[in-house]
Design a protein around this ligand. Structure first.
Ligand code: ATP
Ligand code: MG
Length: 501
């Protein structure tokens, strides 16, 4: 505490000076007023910690001074100075809020003692006020961190469930109601089994409390809720080592499980697709071996070409698989360049013609009147278009017809690939772009394929900001339409009037 400032109000000079003498040696700062009015004026203009005031003064007396101080400066400690005859008055002054009184005559030691006690009280009051401020600040901080925790708890995507040692729910977050599909209201205050129908979940909490050790369990859809949940259940242990409850966090792993399932399905499909041709190649090798032993060279030759064909199929499948996974993982670097549309189409038609001719299928190209350009990776785009045309050839019976058309409009080119083939039913149409999807039926039974071609086409089209569409009528034919944005010959984009106007 800084220097204690004392005001002495007394109409008797000897008292004022006596007090001053007794107290200055203690290091207090002393001011004096010789009547009540002057004392009040000084109190209003300066600040004091302790006031020693005579009770009986002409004019404004000590009681009036005391009243004013209590009213206006309640922190100031008042000590009344009074003669023996007025002890009762001193007592009533104390009732009015004076800290202490000093009877006249007094010794310097006594006055020092009383003032020291008042100063001590002041210090205590200051300390209390400081502590109060600190406590308030501390409470505010706790309040803030509590509300932060509450917000985190409320916003967590994972369901959190807290029970006591008896398995009664004591706290949960909103996600618990949603993810655990709780119907019971209120949920808090009731045993877990009242709201969670899966008894293994209830047993899990009991086990954790009993064994005082954490467990991780998975709950299939249909057990606790429709979701696949992974629960992390841990005991709540006090500092003394007592288990007083449990905390369980339920994580929704439905999509994780779906991805896992897709991965296993994919591996199973790939294994199947690789296994059957390999098995037939193995059988043919054996037959060739037997044939060679009996010098059946013609039969060996046939088997040899069939083996070569099967091996080529396998290699194509593996190549498609690798391409697809590269495309899907986004690791393919596209070498985009402005390509003249007719060039790439004529290139593809030239490559595909022998395959079509082998089945007496005619392929014709009906280009649009104007020259058009699009920005593509030549190899990827050529492979995609080959896939479409090779499908048309594969799924069109002998003597059929394939027509390729290019139509330019509104900044886009539409490439139409129509065939007079076996067509695709409405049920199969939405699936043909899925990996390994092949239409099963009499018409496709003897046609070799892995079901990867169109997935590849779809990826390539998407990476070129294009669209793919298919229309088909079974036993009539199929038309695939690929659309791409056009560019100018130098590769700069063409303003698309439908989008920009
Ligand atoms: P891959 O192309 O990998 O050798 P695939 O031709 O069977 O095998 P996709 O090209 O992905 O695989 O085609 C998927 C399925 O869509 C085919 O199995 C076939 O049933 C059907 N399909 C595709 N194109 C046509 C078409 N032009 N006419 C009739 N059916 C088609
Ligand atoms: Mg195909």
């Amino acid at each position: 505490m800084d220097e204690v400032r004392i005001l002495v109000i007394d109409d008797e000079q000897v008292i004022r000076e006596g007090v001053e003498r007794a107290l200055t040696t203690e290091g207090y700062s002393i001011a004096k007023a010789d009547n009540g009015a002057m004392g009040l004026e000084m109190l209003q203009n300066q600040s004091f910690d302790i006031v020693l005031t005579d009770l009986m003064m002409p004019g404004l007396d000590g009681f009036a001074v005391l009243d004013w101080i209590r009213e206006n400066q309640p922190h100031v400690q008042v000590i009344v100075i009074t003669g023996f005859a007025t002890v009762t008055k001193a007592v009533s002054a104390m009732k009015q809020g004076a800290f202490d009184f000093v009877g006249k005559p007094f010794t310097p030691d006594y006055i020092r003692l009383v003032v020291k006690r008042a100063a001590e009280r002041l210090r205590m009051q200051e300390e209390t006020a400081r502590l109060r401020v600190e406590k308030k600040r501390g409470l505010e901080a706790i309040d803030k961190s509590e509300s932060r925790l509450k917000t985190v708890f409320a916003c967590m995507a994972e369901a959190v469930l807290i029970t006591d040692a008896e398995g009664v729910v004591v706290l949960h977050n909103p996600a618990a109601i949603k993810n655990l599909e709780i119907q019971t209201d209120p949920f808090i205050g009731k045993p877990l089994y009242a709201s969670i129908r899966d008894l293994t979940a209830v047993a899990m909490v009991e086990e954790v409390v009993k064994n005082s050790s954490a467990v991780i369990r998975e709950f299939k859809p249909g057990s606790i809720s429709r979701k696949f949940l992974r629960a992390y259940c841990s005991p709540v242990i006090t500092e003394q080592g007592n288990v007083v409850g449990s905390v369980t966090i339920f994580e929704d792993i439905t999509s994780q499980k779906e991805i896992d399932q897709m991965k296993s399905d994919f591996v199973a499909m790939v294994a199947h697709e690789l296994k059957s041709p390999l098995a037939s190649v193995e059988q043919m090798i054996y037959a060739v071996q037997v044939g060679c032993e009996h010098e059946q060279s013609a039969a060996c030759h046939t088997l040899h070409s069939r083996m070569t064909a099967r091996t080529k199929d396998l290699l194509r499948l593996i190549e498609n698989l690798l391409n697809l996974s590269k495309l899907e993982s986004g690791t393919v670097v596209f070498n985009l360049e402005a390509v003249k549309g007719d060039d790439i189409i004529n290139d593809v038609l030239e490559i595909s013609r022998p395959q079509a001719e082998a089945k007496h299928i005619t392929i014709s190209y009906e280009p649009c009147d104007e020259e058009w350009w699009f920005k593509v990776d030549y190899d990827h785009m050529r492979r995609a278009i080959i896939n479409i045309i090779s499908n048309s050839i594969k799924y069109t019976p002998e003597h059929g017809r394939i027509t390729v058309q290019s139509k330019v409009s509104a900044g886009f080119v539409n490439l139409l690939f129509s065939d007079t083939g076996i067509g695709i039913s409405q049920e199969d149409l939405p699936n043909i772009f899925d990996r390994f999807y092949r239409v099963r039926g009499k018409a496709t039974r003897n046609i070799i394929g892995s079901g990867l071609g169109l997935s590849l086409v779809k990826e390539v089209v998407a990476t070129h900001q294009g669209y793919i569409d298919v229309q088909s009528t079974p036993e009539v034919g199929t038309t695939f339409t690929l659309s791409f944005p056009l560019v100018q010959e130098n590769g700069t984009s063409i303003k698309n009037e439908y989008i920009y106007t």
